[in-house]
Design a protein around this ligand. Structure first.
Ligand code: BGC
Length: 601
């Protein structure tokens, strides 16, 4: 329902007339404030209305306490109401990283990370997941999603590999487009539609190993006890322009065709120049050549990090084409810097108004001016059985069967006893990975869902005994079948950059231990990328790459017991050794498993 504030919310006016009318009424301070995207845990709600702040975000882990859907709605609505109290009553945009479901919110359905969706090779599935994610996000009051990631990762040492659908440009384009169509529906202003963000513009997946200059500081609350130099994340993409466009730009063309209205700049550089400060790529290419009609949002403090001098950073980035500044600490000072820059003419009023015009246009197109009320009546849609069924479908379609000797899989329903080992078999946090409840993810029962072990127990034959020992030290006789679940512990962004992707020694030892106690050994890998497993492979009868399957990982039991058949295909080349990273296919010996590989049962 539309509430009228002067004629600002008159939907009968044409969009551009409404925008011009609004801009004509705004003070310089209000225009500057409209371009700010402030982290919710760094701003007093009152300030949103007092200053007319344009947008608020919950970064990874910025959740209400207790973390539940009703409190999410209350938190977001508090910010929305504050904005409506501002002098002009311009609604805010509220953004979150719903990158595999509304993953910060406890109780939401967590879908497989994009690497798994890439393996599922099913655009319709991705579209439906985008839709379901939009529904759960919308219901919590949030209308803007910082997803999908359109990176085309070329080096699996990158801690964001799993956020990419795959290493192939065409695959990323197809699935990225489907995701956007799902999030935004037919009309971004419709009920249950959420604005998508194409990120991170662009070529974030093409950075050269060793070129990242960023060092993550000690942050004990995140468990980071010593400085972590990034290896791939936020590095420099060293490519000629033709290759840059060919490999990394195409997904953005697809996203624009799908009607994406916001684009997030990448922390990375192109041939030494930060994307946030890149006039050619942000303004000449994206806005002028491609005609992008929406706005460009910075990444988290991406403006600040673009130059040592904070004033130069603001001037350079806004002039390059950043329209909205994502900020945390000291947001007020950063806002003041832009104000000063416009007063001094270092950023023209015209450039500022172009940014504001783009932001207001997107807000109008998203229907924010027409939807001024929120409601808790749809909260039961969060974590619904339909959404859980969709996630189960995605888990089944995304798992890739890499080896299946002696017809080990599917397991016979009448197997008397199965040994299950490895913490990954029974841990929702481990199976969800980073970007789940907390930015870096967490180990343990962090949200509702079904573990692999629970899935196995639920689907086991009536006589079957399933013994679970995380460390693989079973009492009693050997069994016909053993299942070992191992993989990576959760991480996100550059904190997940790794020089060496070999399976941990204690996990290799666990596989050996269980091997000695069973006739047929199945290994399920839960990881955000291919891991180096060549040495242990001869001892494994069946190997499944399950990626980061999310809250419904129990569905893997359907594949294991043959109630569903394996169909996933690798969306990344699987190297034999670290010598083959990043270019396994270029080496003579060839990769362990090529791109597109996947057995069926
Ligand atoms: C990430 C983005 C994310 C933003 C907000 C940044 O650290 O690079 O992908 O959207 O945080 O949470």
């Amino acid at each position: 329902m539309s509430i009228k504030i002067d004629n600002l919310n008159d939907p009968t006016d044409s969009l551009s007339a409404r925008v011009s009318d609004l801009i004509g009424r705004m003070t310089l301070e209000e225009k500057v404030a409209q371009t700010m995207l402030v982290a919710v845990n760094h701003i007093e709600t009152q300030a949103i209305g007092d200053l007319g702040i344009g947008a608020i975000l919950s970064g990874g882990g910025a959740n209400p306490e207790p973390n539940n859907p009703a409190n999410w709605l209350a938190m977001v609505d508090g910010c929305r109401q504050a904005a409506l109290q501002s002098r002009l009553g311009i609604p805010i945009l509220y953004g979150v990283d719903a990158v595999h479901g509304h993953n910060n919110m406890r109780g939401a359905v967590i879908y497989p990370h994009n690497i798994g969706l890439g393996a599922a090779r099913d655009a319709d599935l991705v579209r439906r997941i985008g839709r379901a994610t939009a529904v759960e996000t919308y219901v919590s009051g949030v209308r803007w999603d910082f997803a999908p990631t359109l990176a085309v990762p070329q080096d699996i040492r990158w801690g964001r590999t799993f956020e990419g659908f795959g290493e192939d440009t065409a695959l990323v384009s197809e699935l990225g487009r489907a995701y956007i169509e799902g999030l935004q529906g037919d009309d971004p202003a419709a009920e249950f539609s959420v604005l998508a963000t194409a990120k991170h513009y662009f070529a974030d997946g093409g950075t050269t190993y060793g070129t990242a200059e960023f060092v993550f500081p000690v942050v004990p609350e995140l468990g980071v006890m010593e400085e972590v130099p990034f290896l791939v994340d936020q590095g420099d993409t060293r490519l000629d322009e033709a290759t840059l466009r060919k490999v990394h730009l195409a997904p953005y063309l697809a996203a624009l065709r799908a009607g994406v209205l916001t684009v997030m700049a990448s922390f990375s550089k192109w041939n030494g120049v930060k994307l946030h400060a890149h006039h050619y790529l942000l303004t000449e290419l994206l806005k002028e050549e491609l005609g992008f009609p929406g706005f460009v949002v910075s990444d988290w403090e991406g403006v600040r990090d673009s130059h040592l001098d904070p004033y130069t950073a603001v001037v350079t980035c806004y002039n390059a084409g950043i329209d909205m500044n994502m900020v945390s600490f000291g947001w007020h000072e950063k806002m003041e810097l832009l104000h000063t820059a416009v007063q001094k003419g270092d950023v023209s009023l015209e450039r500022l108004e172009d940014a504001v015009c783009r932001i207001l246009t997107v807000k109008l197109r998203a229907g924010l001016f027409e939807q001024l009320e929120s409601s808790d009546r749809y909260l039961p849609l969060i974590g619904s059985s339909e959404h859980r069924a969709l996630a189960r479908e995605a888990v089944v379609k995304s798992a890739v069967l890499l080896k299946n000797e002696k017809q080990t899989l599917p397991l016979p329903q009448d197997a008397p006893r199965i040994l299950v080992a490895g913490a990954w078999a029974d841990d929702i946090g481990l199976q969800c990975g980073g970007w789940t409840i907390a930015w870096q993810g967490e180990i343990g029962p962090i949200t509702s869902g079904t573990t692999i072990l629970e899935g196995l127990r639920a689907q086991a034959g009536p006589e079957m005994v399933i013994d679970f020992e995380p460390d693989g030290r079973f009492d009693g006789e050997r069994a016909a079948y053993g299942i070992v679940c191992v993989g990576e512990t959760p991480y996100a962004e550059g904190l997940g950059d790794r020089a060496n992707l070999a399976l941990d020694a204690d996990q290799a030892a666990l596989i050996e231990r269980v091997r000695a106690q069973c006739d047929y050994l199945i290994v399920v890998l839960i990881s955000g990328r291919p891991l180096i497993i060549s040495e242990g492979l001869p001892y494994i009868d069946a190997l499944v790459a399950a990626w980061l399957p999310g809250s419904e990982a129990g569905a893997l039991a359907e594949l294991i017991f043959g109630k569903a058949t394996f169909s996933g295909k690798l969306s990344y080349t699987w190297p034999r050794s670290m010598d083959q990273v990043p270019t396994a296919c270029a080496k003579e010996e060839g990769p362990l498993f090529p791109y597109g590989f996947g057995l069926t049962t």
